[in-house]
Each structure stands twice: as C-alpha cells, then as structure tokens.
Write a protein that binds this ligand. Structure first.
Ligand SMILES: [Zn+2]
Ligand SMILES: [Zn+2]
Length: 403
C-alpha cells in the first residue's frame, strides 16, 4: 500500500528530529550536525585541524581532574617566588569555611575546603569529557563517517551504539573517582602538605633537573607496561581488564572506561613520583599532560602519527592493535618495552583474545580456519595508519601460509 510507504518515510523524519539528548549516548552529536557543519565549513582546512588537535590536548589534560594539580603547582610556584621562604600557602577564607566532614577535622589532614576542590575538579572533568569528546566524535565519526578509509584505523568497523553508551557510563564513573583523588591531592598540596615536588630548580641543581625528565617518564611508562601486562594474565584479565577490552574499536571516550580497581592502580603509578623522589613541578606537570594527551590520541581510533620529535612514541595504530588483537603491544608511550620483552606484534604470529601472554601463536601451528580469520582481521585495518611495510608484510605472511 502506498500509504504504508509514506508512513515509513514520515516515521523516519520524526525519528531523526527525535534523537534523544541522552548524555550517555553520543548520538546527541548527530542532532546538532547540520548547525555545526554550517559554521565549520566556513573555516579554512588548517584552522579546523588545529582546533581539533587543541581540543584533544585540552581533553587529555582536564578530564581526570589533573588540571587542578597543574593549577595548584602553578600557584604554589608563584607563591614561593613571592616570599621565597615558606612553603605554606594560604587559601581564600571562603574555601576554609568547610573544615569538618563526617565528623573528621579536615584541617588536621590539610584538607580544609576539599569540597570546593572536588566541585571544581568534577565540573571541569565532565564538561570537557562531553564537550570535547563530543566534538571529536562529531568531527570524525559523524562528519567524516562516509569516508572512514581516509582517517579510521579500522575503517569497516564502528563501535556499536550499546558499547558507545557502555564506555561513556563507565568512563564517567572513572571521572568521578579521578576528580575525587585529584581534589584531595590538590587541596593537600595547596594547604601546604608535604610532597617530594619542589619549586626552585637550585634546590637539586640543573643536572638533576634535566635528568629527571627521562627518569620520571621511564619510571611511569615502564611501570605502566608491567602493570598492564599483569592485567592481561588470565585471572586479572577475566575479572578486571576485560571490561576495557569490550571496545574492539576504541574511541576517545574509551580512555577512562576501565574497571575502578584498575583505574586506581593506574592513577597510583602515575602520581607516585610526587612521593618517591624529588621532581620539579614543571617536569611533573608537563609529563602528566603528555600522558593524558596520548591516552586520548591512542584510543581515538584515528590514524594519528607520532611527531618527528617523539622517536620513542608509537603511532595510534599501536594501541588500536592492542584493542583489535588483545594480548600484544602492552606499552603506552614507548614501543621499546614490548620490543625488549617480546610482546611487540610480529608477522608470522596470530593474536586473539584466547591467546594469552603477549607472544601470540606461531602461524605454523595454526589451522587453515584460524589463518583465514587472521587474514580477514589484518585486511580490515587501514594501511594509512601504518608507516613502512609492516601492514603489507603481515598480510603477505598470512597469505603465504595459506597457499
Ligand atoms: Zn589491555
Ligand atoms: Zn586501551
């Protein structure tokens, strides 16, 4: 009946205008697509790309409440410069007004006013998570959805809507945890609490200042490698880390979508230098921002490449491979650890969720069926996400075994 066709069309239209404003589903970005596109298309290309990169950076350094750390260190550094004698910093009276919580005297733990810090940390975290995460989603996943082969690491596969929702709910919960931790630490520092962070370079000299950059970076990155590798052991994987691996095609929202226990471990590793060895505040703040920025980039699913000045840094496809092939490429900001320990993805090896320990399975031990699946998986990747011959070699290796 002609009437039915008309009705279907009408329902489609109604459906479009009724895209829900559900914050836990990124579909809301589609609702504003036309308006955003109208303004965006007036900008020259390079300005658009620049804004997108700045957006990733801001999201990276703000979503877990770390911006508050950064601000607090700035304030303390300048305060120190002003009076050059005391490390105790006073906070405005308004912030001092709340000094007990559940009967605990907050001032005795240097936590007076912590509620205000928490409010500030979580407001900014959520605003940027949804604002910038939403923007990135729109910029690539909505605006360029019809040409994924130009930008996406796995161009034929998109994370299904139920998993997009899942990662945003879980990611948001981690934001709550992250903001709480950041608020407590920042408040403690601002109230004059003791950490091993220092503010005057001369305290430990220039030699240590320059040495501490690689020391802090390697300390955090190498520990995170082992931490991540341990979470890929069968027991820890099944009970905790598998949650983060529900996203075979990760997006910017996946970065904080981790089991809360694991999230706390990661945070502890990342902030550990501030209680273990002397770190100048600039070193701590810059490295922290770097880690968060790359957390977003590496989960974006977009074929971002490392810059010339980061020879240690893998391209985005490195961690995207980790999500696609599970137990391989455990590192984050140095591929060296995987190369040293034999957990770097190799041609002639097959990797899957049921092949544990990061060493893969020799192709010579695989059945035809397993090889065919491996070929399909490899061919679904985007050659543009790679440099050099790695992708082609991988495909050749499986094809040779199949003939
Ligand atoms: Zn993992
Ligand atoms: Zn991941």
């Amino acid at each position: 009946m002609g009437g039915k066709k008309e009705r279907d069309e009408r329902q489609k239209e109604v459906g479009k205008s009724r895209i829900p404003l559900d914050p836990f589903s990124v579909r809301w970005t589609e609702k504003y697509h036309e308006t955003l596109e109208k303004y965006w298309s007036r900008l020259p290309n390079f300005v658009g790309t620049f804004i997108a990169s700045v957006a990733v950076f801001i999201m990276g350094s703000t979503i877990r409440g770390e911006w508050l750390h950064i601000l607090v260190h700035f304030l303390r550094a300048f305060k120190q410069g002003d009076n050059n004698t005391t490390t105790t910093t006073t906070i405005p009276d308004a912030l001092n007004s709340t000094s007990t919580f559940l009967g605990i005297d907050l001032a005795s733990y240097k936590l007076q006013g912590v509620g205000y810090y928490w409010l500030a940390a979580s407001t900014v975290s959520y605003t940027f998570y949804f604002g910038i995460g939403g923007f990135l989603h729109w910029y690539y996943y909505v605006r360029q959805r019809d040409r994924p082969e130009e930008w996406k690491c796995q161009p034929n596969k998109f994370l299904p809507p139920d998993l997009e929702r899942h990662e945003i709910i879980l990611g948001s919960f981690s934001l709550f945890l992250g903001s709480t931790i950041s608020a407590v630490i920042s408040c403690y520092i601002m109230n004059g609490g003791t950490t091993t962070i220092y503010y005057d370079v001369h305290e430990y000299g220039w030699l240590w200042y320059f040495l501490s950059w690689p020391v802090v970076f390697v300390w955090q990155d190498y520990l995170t490698y082992w931490h991540h590798r341990a979470y890929h052991m069968p027991f820890l994987y099944k009970h905790f880390h598998k949650l983060h691996h529900k996203y075979k095609q990760p997006t910017a929202f996946s970065v904080t979508a981790i089991h809360p226990i694991e999230f706390l471990h990661i945070q502890a590793v990342i902030v550990s230098p501030m209680v273990l060895f002397p770190v100048h505040w600039t070193v701590f703040v810059v490295i922290l921002s770097y880690l968060y920025y790359h957390g977003i980039i590496d989960h974006s699913g977009i074929n971002f490449k490392a810059h010339w000045w980061q020879p240690w840094q893998p391209d985005c496809i490195f961690h995207d491979n980790h999500h696609q092939y599970f137990h391989v490429n455990f590192g984050f900001n140095c591929e060296l650890w995987d190369k040293i320990h034999g957990t770097y993805r190799q041609k002639n090896k097959v990797y899957r969720e049921d092949i544990f320990y990061g060493k893969g399975k020799e192709m010579t031990e695989c059945s035809k069926e397993e090889l065919k699946k491996a070929l399909q998986e490899t061919e679904s990747e985007n050659v543009l996400a790679y440099r050099g011959k790695m992708h082609g070699d991988q495909i050749m290796a499986v094809k040779e075994m199949l003939t």
